[in-house]
Design a protein around this ligand. Structure first.
Ligand code: CUA
Length: 334
C-alpha cells in the first residue's frame, strides 16, 4: 500500500506542476472578444485534464523504473498477475464520466459563442486568392481593413470567390471557413480596443501565408470617425476616373497580389507599371499600355510575365469603362 500512497502524492504534485507550467507558458494570445471567454474556460479545463493524465502515465512509469529495477544477481521472472476487476471497472467508468463532462462543457461553450444578438451589425466579407475585402452594405463603404466598434456584436457574412479560405483572428478565438458557393457566418463581440490581424487559416494557394488584413477594434467614436472619413473618401473618389479605378481595385482585392510600392508579391507590382517594358516568360517584351493591361485583366494567361508564370490570376470580367478607370488609376502610381 505504501507504493500507492507515494505514487498518488507524486501524481498530484506532478499534475499541479505541469498545469502551472502550461499556464505560465502563455499559450493563448490576449483575449479580445466575448466569445473568447467560454473558449478559454474550456481550454483551461482541458489543460487540467491534460496535466493530470500526463502525470498519471509518466509518474508510475518512472517510479517503476526506479523502485522496481532488477537487483544485481536477480535472474527469476517477475510475479504473474491475473486481471483486477475493480480496477478495470474503475478505469472504464471514470473516463466515461470525464468524456461526458467534456462533451457537456464543449456544447455549453459552443452555445455561448453562437449567442445571437438580433441587433448585430452586418459586414460582408469577400475572400479570394489572396485578399480580404470588407463591405459595409448600409454605408456604401468597401475596404481592405476591417474596422469594428468595441462591445457590439458584428456578424460577418462571408463568401469566397474561388477556393476555401478561413477567417481567423486568434485574439477572438473563433474561426470559420469561407466556402465557395455559400455564405458562412462569423459572429463576434470584440471587447478590447486594439489592432489585430485576420489570417487565412486554410491552405488556399501559393500566397496563403500572406493572406492577412488588419482588423481594428475601435472605440465607438473612433469607429464613427473612420466611417465618415471612408464615406468621404469614397464620395470623393467616385468623382474621378482614377478614383473609381482605385475603388474597383479595393473591391476586387487586387492588392492581395499587386503591391503599390514596388515590393514583390504574388503578382507584378503596379508601381511605375504603366508604360514600362514588361519582360514575358517566353522571352519577348511588351509595353504595359492600355491594350496589354486590358488583356491581362480579361485573359491573364494570354501573356505571362517573366518571374510570375504560370500565373494564378483568374480572369476579371470587367466592363470597358471599369478597365479604363483602373488604367487611369495605374497611371497615378509613380
Ligand atoms: Cu486564403 Cu489561405
Amino acid at each position: 500500500m505504501g507504493h500507492f500512497l507515494v505514487v498518488g502524492i507524486l501524481v498530484i504534485v506532478m499534475a499541479v506542476l505541469t498545469y502551472v507550467g502550461l499556464d505560465a507558458a502563455g499559450l493563448m494570445p490576449v483575449q479580445a472578444s466575448a466569445q473568447a471567454v467560454s473558449i478559454d474556460w474550456l481550454w483551461n479545463w482541458q489543460l487540467v485534464a491534460i496535466s493530470f493524465l500526463f502525470s498519471l502515465i509518466v509518474v508510475p512509469l518512472i517510479y517503476s523504473l526506479v523502485v522496481f529495477r532488477r537487483k544485481k544477481g536477480e535472474t527469476g521472472d517477475g510475479a504473474h498477475i491475473e486481471g483486477n476487476t475493480p480496477l478495470e471497472i474503475g478505469w472504464t467508468i471514470v473516463p466515461l464520466f470525464i468524456v461526458l463532462a467534456f462533451a457537456y462543457m464543449g456544447a455549453y461553450s459552443l452555445g455561448q459563442t453562437r449567442r445571437v444578438d438580433p441587433t448585430a451589425m452586418v459586414v460582408q466579407v469577400k475572400a479570394r486568392q489572396f485578399a480580404w475585402t470588407f463591405e459595409y452594405p448600409e454605408l456604401g463603404i468597401v475596404s481592405n481593413e476591417l474596422h469594428i466598434p468595441v462591445n457590439k456584436q458584428v456578424v460577418l457574412k462571408m463568401e469566397s470567390a474561388d477556393v476555401i479560405h478561413s477567417f481567423w483572428v486568434p485574439e477572438f478565438r473563433v474561426k470559420q471557413d469561407v466556402v465557395p458557393g455559400r455564405v458562412t457566418e462569423y459572429r463576434i463581440t470584440p471587447t478590447l480596443i486594439g489592432d489585430y490581424k485576420v489570417r487565412c487559416a486554410e491552405l488556399c494557394g501559393s500566397s496563403h501565408a500572406y493572406m492577412e488584413s488588419p482588423v481594428i477594434v475601435d472605440s465607438q467614436s473612433d469607429y464613427d470617425a473612420w466611417i465618415s472619413a471612408q464615406a468621404k473618401i469614397a464620395a470623393e473618389a467616385a468623382k474621378t476616373p482614377e478614383g473609381q479605378g482605385k475603388l474597383l481595385t479595393v473591391r476586387n482585392g487586387c492588392i492581395g497580389c499587386h503591391s503599390l510600392d514596388g515590393s514583390k508579391m504574388t503578382g507584378p507590382t503596379w508601381f511605375n507599371l504603366y508604360g514600362s517594358e514588361v519582360p514575358l516568360a517566353d522571352g519577348r517584351t511588351v509595353i504595359a499600355d492600355d491594350a496589354f493591361i486590358t488583356e491581362s485583366i480579361l485573359q491573364p494567361k494570354a501573356k505571362e510575365v517573366k518571374g510570375f508564370a504560370p500565373t494564378t490570376m483568374p480572369a476579371y470580367p470587367l466592363t470597358d469603362e471599369e478597365i479604363a478607370n483602373i488604367i487611369a488609376y495605374l497611371k497615378t502610381l509613380k
